[in-house]
Design a protein around this ligand. Structure first.
Ligand code: GLY
Length: 276
């Protein structure tokens, strides 16, 4: 399962047409791509993660190296980059021409005069303003269940034009992803701050542990995010699988779909109904 989730999300990390993950992902407010990723195995709860990692094509593989070659769980920023280089990981510029052009357009918009209080509230000064783009935080999260064993992986370039150093939910184990062979697995996409506030993926897995159906578990947590998020109008999607292979998915505001394959029905894509 661990090999499968790593191989699976590496495909998306390398796809430059996807503006929210890996190569081709939107940069931070300074025009630098900073990547977050985590990987976890459900038998031992071993996990590894990297945050605000620059210049590396496959952050999920560095996350796995953190898990397998250090006593730690999470490395960030320069330390994560140095660790990757020390393990022989090649570096490259992660900002594609398309992502650079989009960032330059965003920067020009930021320099235009602002007229409303809402604009001012989101601007965070002259750097790190809320990006007016739909595809803002679309993380890829993957769950594999094979012979009773779970693994999860999540990887993202995070909030487009975020403040440099901002870390989202994806590398925070229990927020952006979690799995335990005894209970099930969950991965998250959307506004990472909301997943961190609610420990979203761990909350879903704990509901599974208490016997909830995955659909019931994700709806409970998505509704909590919506209720607590209030005026922030959170936009999130959660996907859960239990040890029996039952699947649940729920979203609020986010246009969210997932791809699934299993022995019974083969590969298909499912659009998730929004709860609000
Ligand atoms: N869910 C990805 C992020 O907010 O960074």
């Amino acid at each position: 399962p661990l090999d499968a989730v790593e191989a699976g999300v590496r495909v998306t990390e390398a796809d430059e047409t996807i503006g929210t993950v890996g190569y081709g992902g939107r940069p931070n407010a300074d025009g630098v791509v900073e990547l977050d990723s985590a990987i976890m195995r459900g038998d031992t709860l071993d996990c590894g993660a990297v945050a605000a990692l620059r210049d590396v094509l496959h952050p999920v593989s560095v996350a796995r190296m953190v898990m397998e070659h250090t006593p730690h769980v999470l490395l960030v920023g320069d330390g994560a980059r140095q660790f990757a280089v020390g393990r022989g990981v090649p570096t490259q510029d992660m900002l594609t021409p398309a992502a650079r052009a989009a960032w330059e357009r965003w920067r020009e918009e930021q320099e235009a005069p602002r007229n409303t209080d809402a604009d001012a509230a989101w601007s965070g000064g002259d750097r790190g303003g809320r990006a007016p783009v739909e595809e803002d935080h679309d993380t890829i999260g993957m769950v594999v269940l094979e012979g009773g064993r779970f693994a999860t992986a999540v990887t993202t370039s995070g909030w487009a034009y975020k403040l440099p150093g901002r870390v989202g939910d994806s590398p925070i184990v229990g927020a952006g992803g979690y799995c335990d062979d005894e209970a099930g697995a969950c991965v998250a996409s959307g506004d990472g701050e909301e997943m961190i506030r609610t420990c979203a993926s761990a909350s879903v897995v704990e509901a599974l542990r208490r016997g909830a159906h995955p659909q019931e578990a994700v709806e409970e947590v998505v509704r909590r995010i919506d209720r607590k998020g209030g005026a922030r109008k959170p936009s999130v999607g959660l996907l859960a699988v239990d040890p029996a292979g039952r699947v649940g998915a729920a979203a609020v505001r986010a246009a969210f779909s997932y791809a699934i394959t299993d022995d019974a029905a083969g590969p298909r894509v499912v659009d998730v109904e929004r709860l609000a």
